[in-house]
Design a protein around this ligand. Structure first.
Ligand code: AMP
Ligand code: MG
Length: 305
């Protein structure tokens, strides 16, 4: 892969970021969920560079980020559920899976008949999409399989030299990916739990969501290795168990650290643990954590990999 000098940009350099994207470059952008690795949706070479930079399997489709609900509605066939959710949750960390209304590159959709769309809450990103004049497709801006990046420094850790630029918008507010919902049927189908709780979607629609059955029905991305730090993860069920493990490690001189997981900082904590060069990360996984659909989903993916 060609070595690039990755520019570190800030919101006042937004014109420069727009210029790079317009010309078919790849730029990491801040969102309210995690940093995304963006390319314009009408340039297959740029889109392929997103997959190459991340080492992302080509069968894992990208989310299309739009500047407004109006722009989003030009790409997909909205359904009554999609309209209600868009009205209640956008801009915000909700991704709708719908049938395409116009031809969309197969590099974006991985050949699926559907496309995933959202309107991010980050103002800088929406302004950037406006300046480019075309929606941007963006997966998370990490090397595939690593924890998602929630700061520009995380992006540089993984992708410096592989992408044209990173737009530094500070730490991501949610620190957790968007919720992905297939809105083609009633009830709607939750394909990936995320920053918007399923209960909020149920409240807006007035019906229960159906959870995707097994990994075959969920978002293609949920089948891949995911969210994993370099150190191994060990789940402990109580603080007492965590204290005991830390004491034992002191005796055996094993390098360990402990995390009490919180959605907003889980990925940052896993990366920080790796930076400390520990062999094992103990993660508290008591009833509260197991009852948290998003945290439990990501922790399970991280230990499976
Ligand atoms: P990432 O932004 O890295 O979390 O990746 C985007 C997520 O959206 C992945 O889990 C994809 O599998 C999922 N996704 C994108 N497009 C679709 C689609 N058309 N149908 C179902 N899931 C999708
Ligand atoms: Mg990802």
């Amino acid at each position: 892969m060609q070595h690039l000098t990755t520019e570190h940009l800030y919101p006042h350099n937004i014109e420069r970021a727009a210029d790079i994207l317009k010309r078919g470059g790849v730029v990491a952008v801040p969102t309210e969920t995690v940093y995304g690795l963006a390319a314009r949706i009408d340039n297959d070479e740029a889109l392929r560079n997103v997959f190459a930079a991340k080492g992302r399997p080509s069968d894992n489709p990208l989310i299309v980020h739009c500047a407004s609900i109006e722009q989003l509605a030009t790409l997909v066939q909205m359904t009554p559920s999609a309209l209600r959710l868009a009205d209640a949750c956008m801009p915000g960390p909700l991704t709708l899976v719908l049938e395409a209304a116009v031809p969309i590159s197969e590099v974006v959709t991985a050949g699926l008949p559907t496309v995933a769309v959202r309107v991010p809450a980050n103002d800088v990103l929406r302004r950037l999409i406006d300046l480019v004049g075309v929606p941007l497709a963006a997966p998370s801006a990490n090397v595939s399989g690593r924890p998602s990046p929630t700061t520009a420094a995380h992006v540089m850790e993984d992708l410096a030299g592989r992408i044209d630029a990173v737009m530094d918008g500070g730490p991501c507010r949610h620190g957790m990916e968007s919720t992905v919902v297939d809105c083609r049927s009633v009830p709607v189908v939750l394909l990936r739990p995320g920053a918007i709780p399923a209960s909020k979607i149920e409240h807006v629609l007035g019906h229960n969501v159906r959870r995707a059955m097994g990994s075959e029905e969920g978002s293609p991305g949920m089948r891949h290795r995911h969210y994993a730090p370099t150190a191994s993860i060990r789940l402990v069920e109580s603080m007492a168990e965590m204290r005991q493990a830390l004491d034992d490690a002191h005796v055996t001189r094993t390098r360990l650290c402990g995390i009490v997981p919180v959605a907003e900082s889980l990925y940052a904590d896993l990366r920080a643990a790796d930076a400390l060069n520990v062999e094992q990360i103990l993660v508290l996984c008591d009833h509260t954590v197991q009852a948290d659909e998003v945290l439990w989903n990501r922790l399970r993916k991280a230990i499976e990999s």
